[in-house]
Design a protein around this ligand. Sequence first.
Ligand code: GDP
Length: 488
Amino acid sequence: LTTFTDEARIALDTLSGRATGLFSPSLRLGVTGLSRAGKTVFISAFVHNLIHGGRLPLFEAQKSGRIARAFLEHQPDDAVPRFQYEDHIAALVNDRAWPDSTRAISELRLTIEYESASGWSRMFSSGKLSVDIVDYPGEWLLDLPLLGKSFADFSREAFEMAVLPVREDLSQAWRALSAEIDPNADADEMTARRLAESFAAYLKACKLDERALSTLPPGRFLMPGDLEGSPALTFAPLAGLGDRRPRPGSLHAMMDRRYEAYKTHVVKPFFREHITRLDRQIVLIDAMQALNAGPGAMADLERAVTEILSCFRPGRGSFLTDLFSRRIDRILVAATKADHLHHESHDRLQAVVRRLADRAVARANFTGADVDVVAMAAVRATREGTVKQGRETLPVIIGTPIAGEKINGEEFDGKTETAIFPGDLPEKIEAVFDISGSDHRQDPVDPAIRFVRFRPPKLERTAEGVTLSLPHIRLDRALQFLIGDHLA
Ligand code: GDP
């Protein structure tokens, strides 16, 4: 009965969404990516550049001068927190500090008034488009495959992943604790808590480790949102369950029930209320960090992108997914932070992302939406220059490293502008994916890639004291793909 009600509600939501869409054209744009991928910075730069008429030559409507104005309006969903745009811009522009990252779902409505490109459309169209930007943690999305998995499946897969060479040492404490526990013993709250805490500590360690591993479910263990400390999160996979049915009253039965409750009360509503209503999606990835960490981390990132893409086209045959798969028609996989590389490497970074996305699309057996890729910097924190070294002239990037960042033992104070030779991505992109041999923990492909975090850029002011919009790399290309056709 629950399933039926869920599906009926989605149908109604979708129909009413489409109907209202006729009167006030709106586009729901999902912005996701694992934590620190660059969602907050992307949305802030996206909105700031549109409101302030930024330099966007690849965004056709802006380039041809058809955008009359862009402004923020009340968002349509009262129950969803608002994306704190003003705070984030104040941090970026006034303090030259990166804003607080995404921790839960939020929403912002940007309305664009424009003139249609063709005279025919000008007669009929309102020339107004509202873009509802929905920011949410990719970790939550990676929970969706759980809907199709039993507690036994979830447990088995969690242990399989945990013994991969790349995770083996990080998961050791949790596996040792699990080995001591008999799933068939009587349910006990303290045991459940110890297991859940140990499992969560392992998942967090994967994320924080320099190997930069992508996330494993359950996503709320890493990004709890408003469920922080809640009993809904007090469960963990159990070892050696096989096909055994849980004995009533056992730890196994208790964990099984909590896992099912997590799916019903956390995962399903999120999917139903937010994901199925999206029209377009951008998936941000931190390819720079994965490249820096080596091929094992690249393989892991590819797995995460595959799983993320599968979420936008879950298994066939259900009423819910049929309805859903018709809606998202474009997905952009975007690597941000390209400003850490000299422009000569931007195309290589994009080729790396293309290859990663192509393989993910093939593995997820994904069809039904256009998938494109871009290597960009939503906010460009560096400029380019050259430095003479002996007879050679080397391309460098120039920026202000964040206080405390180090290169070759030198520590930066957060105030001094510095030129850094960032190194190149290899010409043969296969090298960055090469995990031949059983040891996934190889050295980074090119140890010469130097990765320092920079402060956001100082904005130029015009003679009238007006601050110009945030500089970027290829943000306009992303905008064109994501919303350009709706402004035609
Ligand atoms: P979120 O967790 O996905 O919301 O990630 P954020 O948007 O907060 O970005 C995480 C961090 O990545 C920021 O604090 C910045 O240090 C860095 N970052 C994100 N986007 C850019 C970018 O376009 N350029 C540079 N240089 N750094 C970025």
